[in-house]
Ligand binder design. Sequence first.
Ligand code: AKG
Ligand code: FE2
Length: 261
Amino acid sequence: MTPEVALQKREQVIRDGYCVVDDILTEDFLEELREESERLIAGHEPPPDVRYQGQHVGVRGVDNLIIQKLLDWEPSRCALEQMGFGDFESTGSIIILTKDPEEPALYWHQDWMLWNDPMSCSPWPQTMFVSYYLTDTTVENGCLKVIPGTHLNRIPLHDQLVPAHEQGARFIEEDHPIMFSDHPDQVDVFVSAGALVLADARVLHSAHRNLTDQRRTLILAWHRRPMTIPDNWEGDIPEIIANRDPNQDYPGSRIPRELLK
Ligand SMILES: O=C(O)CCC(=O)C(=O)O
Ligand SMILES: [Fe+2]
């Protein structure tokens, strides 16, 4: 990535809540990840409540050399550094998420779990998913959908959602009229296998259903930075963050309330 492109990608993450960086995995490593993910999936019994996310296999790097190699992958680390996100660190594990042929869509949700913490208002990302799709993605095989800017700005959909994952959305019906809707501002994020997708945990996202006869596999690695103002931040600092008490206990919440304007 040239410095200009890296800056554009950084600005896109800050403004829109996501970006795609192409050609991060080599063809050989992609093949290794496809084989390893198939092996892990074969030895896994997906619980029925995660059907909208697919197989949902959690793997720790300390338990799997290939996954550790992905978590340490130099081109990804380098891309994060170049974008000024070098203070992000992986949690040490990944989740394999799939859409098998004919599997349903993934509902609209966001994944930030600290909505009582003033840090929810940060104009910079605090938690991001770093995702690797192991196949090219299209609307037909269940690509990601994102509503740009929703990590910072409330839209009517925020107030209509069933809270994500274990807090409700896993138990909704497949024909839920809002959770699986199309939104006029949504962007279909088509990626080539081997690209890296970076997204702010707060951005509203979902995925199309898989209408093809091939499995769509994604390896998702959560990354976090410290609960501080980034050293390289040159923009405004919201007062609520400048005044944030780092020693206060902010109970976790998946529901964006008054801190999302
Ligand atoms: O399946 C995808 O493309 C996205 C998965 C996701 O956002 C999630 O499981 O939280
Ligand atoms: Fe998500």
